[in-house]
Design a protein around this ligand. Structure first.
Ligand SMILES: Nc1ncnc2c1ncn2[C@@H]1O[C@H](COP(=O)(O)OP(=O)(O)O)[C@@H](O)[C@H]1O
Ligand SMILES: O=P(O)(O)OC[C@H](O)CO
Length: 495
């Protein structure tokens, strides 16, 4: 048994990648699925789509490799985090669409809990903030709005889970209801200092604890897949939320190491070691990974719109046909025009946490066109990352994130990565393997299977594709960043 299958269930698509024991990619498959927007600020996925695309891509990756399922030693699962599902334990059917992490429907509930003075207690225990981003208020909404759900939950008939738990449940034919510590840490219900579900918070949100999955390490036994799925039972041995899996895939195993993933949004995680560092600057404290019962913590900055701003140029404004066209356009932009875009399409995440904000563009002239829009869009991602880095350094000291390791679809853009390095005034490293999320999940499963070496021995395998060094003049860097801060302040003021 020489292979490891990673299932990466993301916000817009499911991917499956088959690795060999040295974590080299052998084959892969990807399928997009439908996004549902039933009301303004609401985002849902059909749970059946999540499962069907995950299972179909897993099968396709195995077929493409031309190997039998019997030679797969382990499955690793990684997933979009916070997205909330509720299902019937007897039938395995979901009671409602999954409420996606981007969904803002519980903004009022969060405001009310804040006004009642609960945020400090919740933050101290979960490391999170009272924002609709996290699962807890989404689950409370489901229990309040799906008929009969609360009484059935109290009777123990229902199960809650993030996407990892939903996949594990389906892969094992309903035998295992479990999650890992990193996914649990995103629910708003999990005490990350004591590593247990928090009774007081569950009581406050009126969530019956019978709903909750068992929490395991990231490298652990999550049961066997049904034999009929792949023609052979395969053990599930690794689980982590996608941003944490990318942290592992980027080999950020030492305190002070930091990665930033540029997909739909951008999520930067700084390894803080065994210390749970509370943020004084509106970052999240979260679990990077838990191995052999030992928790490694991270500070996280979450930006909701990164690559999505490029998608907006393509699908909304229709000024580009493919994402890569942004680079030649940005290069053509008029250097004398100072167009700044604040892409707060679904509010602002860290460090501002303003779900009520909406996007804004400043500095337009009659000469502003697609090139200036493209440059402003790409620059907005760099500025938002600098906001996170400033907060991280204020929380953790200047050694934090001295070099930034990047991945995700947008990291392919050389122009964006050069601007990122320029505006941060720090080197930006892009690895050879950009499928770091899947690689992280495969590593965790391989570690448990005994195929992969422990973290201190694997770090050396990380290979650099390109280092971007800052080239921008310091006075220009400061002037540009000051203008961004002004634009953000004006956007918040206008909300
Ligand atoms: N060359 C590029 N330049 C700028 N953005 C890009 C480029 N290639 C991809 N992207 C952006 O990256 C995102 C896709 O990255 P991916 O890691 O697949 O995201 P996700 O896992 O969130 O779906 C898209 O939002 C896309 O706009
Ligand atoms: O699916 P992605 O890659 O956009 O990641 C989503 C994050 O996990 C949300 O917290």
């Amino acid at each position: 048994m020489t292979h490891i299958l990673a299932i990466d269930q993301g916000t817009t698509s499911s991917r499956a990648i088959l690795f060999d024991a040295s974590l080299k990619v052998i084959s892969s498959a990807q399928e997009e699925f439908r996004q549902h927007f039933p009301a303004s600020g609401w985002v849902e996925h059909d749970p059946a789509d999540l499962w069907a695309t995950a299972a179909a891509t897993a099968r396709a990756a195995i077929e493409r490799a031309g190997i039998g399922a019997a030679s797969i030693a382990a499955i690793g699962i990684t997933n979009q985090r916070e997205t909330t599902l509720l299902w019937d334990r007897a039938t395995g059917r979901a009671l409602h669409n999954a409420i996606v992490w981007q969904d803002r429907r519980t903004a009022d509930m969060c405001e009310r809990l804040k006004a009642e003075g609960h945020e400090a207690m919740i933050s101290a225990r979960t490391g999170l903030l009272l924002d609709p981003y996290f699962s807890g208020t989404k689950l409370a909404w489901l229990l309040d709005n799906v008929e009969g759900a609360r009484s059935r939950a109290e009777a123990g008939e229902l199960a809650f889970g993030t996407v990892d738990s939903w996949l594990i449940w389906n892969l094992t034919g309903g035998k295992v209801h479990a999650t890992d510590a990193t996914n649990a840490a995103r629910t708003l219900l999990y005490n990350i200092a004591e590593n247990r579900w928090d009774e007081d918070i569950c009581k406050l949100l009126d969530i019956p604890m019978q709903l909750l999955p068992e929490v395991r390490d990231c490298a652990a036994d999550y049961g066997m897949t049904r034999a009929d799925l792949f023609g052979h039972e395969i053990p599930i041995l690794g689980v982590a939320g996608d941003q944490q899996a990318a942290t592992v895939g980027q080999a950020c195993f030492q305190p002070g190491m930091m990665k930033s993933t540029y997909g739909t949004g951008c999520f930067a995680l700084l390894n803080t070691g065994p210390d749970m560092v509370p943020s004084k600057n509106r970052l999240l404290t979260t679990i990077a990974y838990r191995l052999n019962g030992q928790t490694t913590y991270a500070l996280e900055g979450s930006i909701f719109i990164a690559g999505a701003v490029v998608q907006w140029l393509r699908d909304g404004l229709k000024i580009i046909r493919t994402a890569s066209e942004t680079q030649p356009l940005a290069q053509k932009a008029d250097p004398l025009q100072d167009v700044v875009m604040v892409p707060a399409f679904t509010g602002l995440g860290a460090p501002y946490w303003r779900p009520d904000c909406r996007g804004a563009i400043f500095g337009l002239t009659r000469n502003s066109g697609p090139a200036e829009f493209a440059r402003a869009a790409l620059e907005s991602v760099g500025y938002q990352t600098r906001d996170l880095l400033e907060a991280m350094r204020a929380d953790w000291g200047s050694a934090g994130g001295a070099v930034l390791r990047v991945d995700g679809g947008m990291a392919a853009s050389d122009w964006s990565m050069q601007f990122l390095s320029d505006i941060l005034g720090a080197p930006v490293d892009r690895p050879k393997v950009t499928e770091t999320t899947a690689q992280g999940a495969a590593y965790l499963a391989g570690l448990q299977a005994g195929l992969c070496p422990p973290p201190d021995q694997i770090s050396g395998q990380w290979a650099l594709d390109r280092r971007f060094e800052p080239k921008m003049d310091d006075s220009l860097r400061q002037a540009k960043y000051a203008r961004w801060k002004k634009a953000v302040a004006a956007t918040m003021e206008a909300a």
